[in-house]
Design a protein around this ligand. Structure first.
Ligand code: ADP
Ligand code: MG
Length: 180
């Protein structure tokens, strides 16, 4: 079984993926490491630009008979049995990315992406089995328990658990609103 854990940078994918893989006894795979190992990514500054079509093809083939948790904001491009989309209040996303030293523009892009559900929509375009999980105010352990309970309960799709439209005022200071 392939479980992809995706979401906006900073939502807690790596933390949750590692814990979840331990709990399930699955292997942990980082999209970024996989792409670099396979030559599917071009280093661009401190980022890696990944060919998502090649990633989908190669990771799908490599893990089709494996039990893996695949971590990364592009993991929903991989054909998976289940896609977990982690959500986090955009204000918390902003604080975490600020702590990570993201430049203002990159921070604004990602806060906006969380606000308007970019990754959730992308995941739903590619996969019917999407579990959306709100991590706001929860510990990584609580998030993992919630995911395990959904899996144990046979739930294959659960979306619409957050609505950040009321968060707009809180995060206005972080947005660029068309200004560079
Ligand atoms: P991502 O892989 O989505 O970018 P990380 O797992 O690297 O996110 O987490 C980003 C930061 O937030 C890390 O400093 C991590 O320790 C912290 N973090 C992750 N999940 C939680 C959580 N549920 N509660 C509080 N802090 C968290
Ligand atoms: Mg990560």
């Amino acid at each position: 079984m392939i479980i992809a854990v995706t979401g906006t940078p900073g939502v807690g994918k790596t933390t949750v993926s590692k814990l979840l893989s331990e709990r399930l006894g699955y292997d942990y795979v980082s999209v970024k490491d996989f792409a670099l190992e396979r030559g599917l990514g071009e280093p661009a500054g401190d980022e890696v630009e990944i060919d998502v079509d090649a990633l989908a093809k190669e990771a799908g083939a490599a893990f089709q008979d494996e039990d893996v948790v695949i971590d990364g904001h592009l993991s929903h491009h991989v054909p998976a049995d289940l896609v977990v989309v982690l959500r986090l209040h955009p204000k918390d996303v902003a604080e975490r990315l600020k702590a990570r030293g993201y430049p203002r523009k990159k921070l604004a892009e990602n806060v906006e992406a969380e606000l308007i559900d970019v990754i959730l929509v992308e995941a739903l375009e590619r996969n019917g089995n999407v579990l959306e999980v709100d991590t706001t105010g929860k510990t990584p352990e609580e998030v993992v328990e919630e995911i395990l309970a959904l899996i144990d309960g046979g739930v294959k799709r659960r979306v619409g658990v957050v609505d950040w439209s009321n968060a707009y005022d809180d995060i206005l200071p972080y947005l660029m609103l068309g200004n560079d």
